[in-house]
Ligand binder design. Structure first.
Ligand code: SF4
Ligand code: SF4
Length: 422
């Protein structure tokens, strides 16, 4: 085993290969607070990549209702239970959050899936702790849709006193998921055929269909269960990050890098995808005005999904404000309280950057802020609030302006001659 540095857990960890890092890394931020579970993202992916025979149960992009839903069912509960069995009582974080980008969430003192493997829990040959879901677990991608946890944690027993922030007594939330194109992919680590590779130019993780022999070691190892086996071709498949679009080869894009289909289709405007600069040790290089760098490392409102698993996922989430904190801390690590606090009372820059979501399908490489006039002063949940109508400008790969937008959304008044017409 080699030792690699994982900044999300604030320490070195075991990994079967040496750390090799791309120049830029495919990454994304999803704002859970805005997702309405319309499944437009799910269907955009399905109709692009997985509409063929043998792919009926394959959903590279999915949206599940937490805490009961999951695709495949119970994927997160199962891997967390396996880790707990491997290291009883030891899966804990230490040190608290810090200003250092090398350990922003403190240090995870437990075992990752690369460190907890072993003959008791995994077959002898396994390089990664994991399990193979049953066919039944893959069968119902949207099981328990909209099912809330009731008052005092009892399902179906709804709170009758009404709900208020900071925490609701009856709650659920939507978790939109794709492959995280991890920096230390478990799928790649587990493949005995070396059929899985991470591209040096953008960190996208792909399965070479010619090399794969369908052993399903990747399906067993991926803790997020984002590689899937296709019975009629007898090889595994996974999210390809719409790489032709990211490369700028979509006919629509005129050579400019475009966001994936699931991002572009998002009705709730919860999604932003980009390519972040990576340093020599795999951590994100400072890029103060890249919107994803800002959300993850400066504002710290977006957090990785289950960072304790150890794959260094490149999917980040703005956590839902109304959900009990222990549940969220388990899912997103120790940065949850700070993230919710900042998102609930956004400063001037954060409010402007949040306007960048889904104004264009082009990948944003940089943003700039132009200050505007004060438009509101008041009080919200006991705090003084001042709003400014700032303009935020997005730039593309060649530093060309992609679009500009303001904090205050424009109001369009329909002309009288069009009243009551569609
Ligand atoms: S989410 Fe799973 S399939 Fe995707 S790169 Fe990570 S380990 Fe591999
Ligand atoms: S398209 Fe956007 S809002 Fe709709 S389910 Fe997907 S992530 Fe949520």
């Amino acid at each position: 085993m080699n030792r690699v540095y994982n900044w999300q857990i604030g320490r070195e960890m075991d990994y079967p290969y040496e750390g090799k890092y791309p120049d830029r890394q495919f990454a994304f931020v999803f704002n859970i607070n805005r997702c309405i579970a319309c499944q437009s993202c799910t269907m955009a992916c399905k109709s692009t990549w997985t509409f063929s025979k043998g792919q009926e149960q394959m959903w590279w992009a999915n949206v599940e209702t937490k805490p009961y839903g999951g695709y495949p069912q119970h994927w997160d509960v199962k891997i967390l239970e396996l880790l707990e069995r491997a290291n009883p009582g030891g899966q804990t974080w230490a040190g608290g959050t810090s200003a250092s980008p090398r350990a922003p969430y403190g240090r995870f003192d437990g075992k990752t899936i690369f460190e907890a493997r072993g003959p008791v829990l995994s077959p002898d040959s396994s390089r990664v702790l994991g399990y193979l879901p049953t066919d039944q677990e893959w069968n119902s991608p949207n099981i328990y849709e909209d099912n809330p946890v009731g008052e005092k944690g009892v399902s179906g027993q709804l709170s009758k006193s009404g709900e208020q922030l900071p925490v609701h007594k009856t709650w659920f939330f939507y978790l939109a998921r794709i492959c995280n194109h991890c920096s230390y992919p478990a799928c790649l680590a587990a493949c005995p055929r070396k059929a899985i590779y991470k591209r040096p130019e953008d960190g996208i993780v792909l399965i070479d269909q010619e090399q794969c022999r369908g052993y399903r070691k990747c399906v067993e190892a991926c803790p997020y269960k984002k590689t899937m086996y296709r019975g009629n071709t007898r090889v595994s498949e996974k999210c390809v990050a719409c790489y032709p679009r990211v490369e700028g080869r979509d006919p629509e894009s005129d050579g400019a890098p475009m966001e994936t289909r699931c991002m572009a289709a998002c009705i709730g405007q919860i999604r932003m995808q980009g390519l972040v600069k990576v340093g020599a040790d795999g951590a994100w290089a400072e890029d103060r005005h890249h919107p994803l760098y800002y959300l993850v490392h400066v504002a710290k409102v977006a957090l990785p999904l289950y960072p304790q698993l150890g794959t260094e996922p490149n999917g980040y989430y703005i956590p839902p404000r109304w959900v009990p904190r222990p549940y969220l801390r388990q899912m997103f690590g120790p940065g949850v309280d700070e993230a919710i606090e900042r998102y609930s009372s956004p400063d001037r820059e954060l409010l402007a950057v949040l306007q960048l979501f889904r104004k264009s399908n082009r990948i944003i490489y940089r943003y700039e802020l132009k200050e505007g006039p004060k438009i509101f002063e008041g009080e919200l949940r006991g705090r003084k609030v001042t709003l400014y109508n700032d303009t935020v400008i997005a730039y593309g790969r060649k530093d060309e302006e992609l679009f500009r937008t303001t904090v205050e959304e424009p109001i369009h008044v329909r002309e009288a001659k069009h009243a009551n017409s569609i």
